[in-house]
Design a protein around this ligand. Structure first.
Ligand SMILES: [Zn+2]
Length: 262
């Protein structure tokens, strides 16, 4: 059993609509957050406290458990992860950890990293608005599908090194052959959603990176802009996953019909 605690999601009346509508609501919250944060940059840095306060103010009184941690621990620029609590038979999603490039010296975040900040907070908002997706993700983790597929996802799918053509012709069939039909469906659905989410997060990251460099020109002599994620070719990869998902679902239905007729 997987349970998402109330402090790890928005109430049901807010989590309404299709997945596109929920992503849109998350994008709106991210915009509100950016407008708050942008006003706080009197200097080229803000404190983690200021960031946390701005983020809390966008949550509109909903009590959400989240912690801001230094992404250095994970050797990455940023990440947004769900916190799990393993309790015998029940697994609870109890909150979020947002990993950001914190300067340990004065516990601050740099204006230069606003693209990364906004990328990760969009993940956070999408997560809070999509309990169904969170449950599916947690289920993948629970049934060890993650162990079987995570390195494949990181190396071949969430990468700009391999083309969608490569993915379709060689790579995807190889991993799918190692999975049961149920695993295939879970993997394809979860991956399609993850890529959609990344596509929006990269885009938001680059939009706000551009905006902040225009609003606070004085802090940037020769601004370099954050890439918008185009090189990952997310839309084409999403289409391939959708086609593969439709094929797998059709196969499963046909096999079920066959076994009924026996
Ligand atoms: Zn991301």
């Amino acid at each position: 059993m997987i349970k998402i605690l109330n402090n790890a999601k928005f109430p049901l009346n807010i989590c309404r609509g299709t997945s596109e509508q929920r992503i849109h609501s998350a994008i709106k919250l991210n915009e509100e957050l950016f407008n708050n944060l942008s006003k706080e940059f009197y200097r080229p840095t803000i404190s983690v406290d200021t960031f946390t306060k701005s983020l809390k103010s966008v949550l509109k009184g909903n009590k959400i458990d989240f912690k801001i941690k230094n992404s250095e621990i994970y050797n990455c620029n940023g990440a947004c992860a769900r916190d799990f609590n393993w309790k015998n038979q029940t697994k609870e999603v109890c909150g979020y950890s947002i990993y950001l490039p914190i300067n340990d010296y004065d516990n601050s975040l740099s204006i230069n990293d606003i693209g990364t900040l906004m990328h990760e907070t969009l993940h956070f908002f999408i997560g809070l608005l999509s309990p169904k997706h969170t449950t599916r993700d947690a289920k993948c983790f629970d049934i060890d599908l993650y162990k079987k597929t995570e390195s494949f996802y990181n190396k071949f799918i969430y990468s700009s090194k391999y083309t969608p053509e490569n993915l379709k012709e060689n790579l995807l069939p190889k991993i799918l052959n190692t999975l049961t039909p149920e695993e295939k469906i879970n993997f394809l659905q979860a991956t399609r959603y993850r890529l959609k989410e990344e596509m929006h997060c990269f885009l938001d990251g680059s939009i706000y990176d551009y905006k902040i460099k225009n609003i606070h020109k004085k802090f940037f002599e020769n601004p370099e802009y954050k890439p918008d994620g185009n090189s990952f070719r997310f839309p084409e990869k999403i289409t391939i996953l959708e086609q593969e998902l439709a094929k797998t679902l059709k196969d499963v239905r046909e096999n079920m019909a066959k076994s009924k007729n026996l």
